[in-house]
Design a binder for this molecule. Sequence first.
Ligand code: PEP
Ligand code: MG
Length: 324
Amino acid sequence: AQERYASIRDKPAISRDGQTVALHMNAGLMADLPSLESSGAEGVGLFRTELQFLVRNKMPKRSELVALYARVLDAAGDKRVVFRTLDIGSDKVLPYMKPQDEPNPALGWRAIRVGLDKPGVMRMQLQALMRAADGRPLTIMFPFVAQAEEYREARAEVDRTLARERKLGHTLPERLEIGAMLETPSLAFAPQKFFDEVGFLSIGGNDLKQFFFAADRENERVRRRYDTLNVSFLSLIERIVERCERSGTPLSFCGEDAGRPIEAICLAAIGIRTLSMRPASIGPVKSLLHRVDLGALRKVIIDARHRGLQSVRPAVLDYLRAQS
Ligand code: PEP
Ligand code: MG
């Protein structure tokens, strides 16, 4: 399959009816960087910075982080890298941090909640990112934002860090993009003002789905019970697409479903035009995209909903079978 995809690696991902979809890759470790070249990804849509923290046995120093992030940016060249600030807690526990005894860690003190309550590590990380950028453009994304105010507080922390860096005489990033992950249903219903002010949004489908269906993503027994192509879930995604379009806010999707070809084309059909996935999925997703008419697929999805189906999957599969 690798060889089969090599021929389309450098071709843009365009559907049969001429619609372009940007395919980015998810990363987090240095070992992922060579994939930027080999997969044909347009950029890194999600760089999970916590992975660097999880593979160590003590808190990394700021200087080590600067060196790591600089290597990532060097490897990416002109390609954009979306650095997600630490997403720890829940299933990702740092061995050198005091464990929290929480009844429901997935709903607990995690990600940006930790970053806002104990800003020391987040500040160090923001500084390290700015120094690593050293005058280059920089993109930062905050995980697990559940309400607009959390984004605003994090944004204010970025502004304070910028001011401090300027005072210390460091070169500031040439351009700074700040965005948030949308992975709790609450954020989809935030005031429109939030969509106006956020720099960009990326749907974290793994968590969004877990909280939408109240089904633990780590629990095999319930995890597969709810289909991503369930009409209710797709309606939520469409609502997010509409709200972003109204505000002119760039939107992407970076959960695992972005890398599943059928799910990916359905997301594209309902308006998600940037997908970020594991590097090995880029070939298969691109290859299916080339073969589908996204306009027609959109009609299939709308029609399946009108027919009262629970999931649009059977209708989508029928449509694809009829195509081939
Ligand atoms: C997600 O929740 O979909 C996501 C991309 O973040 P993570 O899988 O790291 O929680
Ligand atoms: Mg998540």
